[in-house]
Design a protein around this ligand. Structure first.
Ligand code: B12
Length: 327
């Protein structure tokens, strides 16, 4: 059981505490590093149980999550470990201007967040369905789902939402978007490009994929999704056997920047050369902007796939000259 899965504490109970192993699992910061920081920077300062084992409270855990994010973005431990939380939050917000922009909450987003906070799943689902009818498939992603996902992440980080509520959010959004996709996809079953969507091994966040799928389907592309965490060799095999024109890969903000470039390079290396590789998600932006990888198209917002689809089509030889299904 993860520490966040514990039952919420009632006012009379002791606030939840995390062991060093749980903190390591949650933040990805090793036990040895946590002990070294304690001596070197005076943070974290865990309590001790009767046996002398370290126990971390929620405030320290949240601060460590922020520090981990900043380290992944290239900050040095000596510069950030000792900083107070507001300064860490300011640095973290500056990492992703997209998050700051999407973080501007509309009434629609605020209302959906309020349903989630009070466990009103039925109301959340109905609001999402109404927004889908109002904005359309791609529109609901831009107007509600993407900014709401950012707000859900921030609320979880501040301890205002429990992990189970983050799961409820994911399940509800997936259900509603898939309802919309089922109707829209019936019209694009023979369309091209055909796009195979997945995340790399270890990447559990798959809502970004669903968001990009909504935009692709509205742009008239055909999508096949493998869900999250597909081994690279299998992505390549599936692309070949299913005659995909494009593979779309998503990295969330959780992806370690040092792994992103390597993963994309390795996948490009094993994929058939005629299949394009489109990469997106907030975790992909910084690492892939720093290096230029041949045969890889980095895309930002999900809406950018509309133009990418048009460019792909424009680059196709006229129908009579087409040899194989690959471009
Ligand atoms: C839902 C969610 C979860 C769900 C995921 C469920 C699922 N099946 O997807 C669950 C609860 C499982 C989860 C787990 C965790 N999560 Co989480 N999660 C989120 C949340 C709220 C939404 C994720 C999401 O869907 N984002 C989609 C959009 C909003 O993100 P985007 O990457 O910017 O994508 C846009 C574009 O880039 C584009 N796009 C995306 N992909 C692609 C691909 C292509 C090809 C193209 C063209 C475009 C494109 O489309 C989107 C719309 O425009 C985020 C908050 C956030 N800001 O993302 C946290 C977040 C990513 N999670 C976070 C963390 C820390 C975790 C956990 C470690 C701890 C936890 N929360 O329990 C674990 C990770 C476990 C693991 N083993 O990896 C942090 C990461 C912080 C960091 N930078 O290090 C975040 C940012 C929350 C936060 N503010 O702290 N999470």
């Amino acid at each position: 059981m993860s520490a966040d899965d514990r039952p919420p504490s009632d006012p009379a109970s002791i606030p939840p505490l995390w062991t060093i192993a749980e903190v390591e699992r949650d933040t990805g910061i090793g036990k040895d590093t946590l002990r070294v920081w304690e001596r070197r920077y005076g943070f974290p300062q865990p309590q001790r149980d009767a046996g002398g084992n370290r126990l971390y409270d929620r405030i320290q855990l949240d601060r460590l999550r922020l520090i981990r994010r900043l380290l992944d973005a290239g900050h040095r431990p000596g510069r950030v470990v000792g900083l107070p939380t507001p300064q860490l939050q300011a640095l973290a917000q500056a990492l992703d201007p997209g998050v700051a922009a999407a973080g501007t909450s509309t009434d629609e987003v605020a209302r959906a967040l309020a349903w989630l906070r009070t466990d009103r799943v039925q109301e959340l689902r109905e609001d999402l369905r109404a927004a889908l009818r109002r904005h359309g498939l791609a529109g609901v992603v831009d107007a509600l789902v993407a900014p709401l996902a950012v707000q859900v992440g921030l609320a979880w980080q501040r301890g205002q939402l429990q992990v189970y509520q983050e799961h409820l959010f994911t399940e509800t959004v997936q259900a509603v978007l898939r309802e919309g996709l089922m109707v829209a996809e019936a019209a694009s079953c023979a369309a091209r490009p055909s796009v195979l969507l997945t995340t790399p091994p270890g990447e559990v966040h798959q809502l970004g994929l669903l968001m990009v799928q909504c935009h692709l389907v509205e742009a008239g592309a055909r999508c096949v999704t493998l869900g999250p965490s597909t081994p690279l060799a299998d992505i390549a095999a599936a692309a070949q056997r299913m005659a995909a024109d494009v593979v779309g890969l998503s990295f969330s903000a959780w992806a370690a920047p040092r792994d992103v470039v390597e993963t994309v390079q390795r996948l490009r290396g094993v994929m058939p050369s005629g299949v394009q590789l489109w990469v997106g998600g907030s975790g992909a932006q910084r690492p892939l902007k720093r290096v230029r990888l041949d045969g890889v198209l980095l895309l930002g917002h999900a809406a950018e796939v509309g133009a990418a689809v048009r460019r792909w089509r424009a680059a196709q030889p006229p129908a009579g000259l087409r040899g194989s299904s690959a471009p």
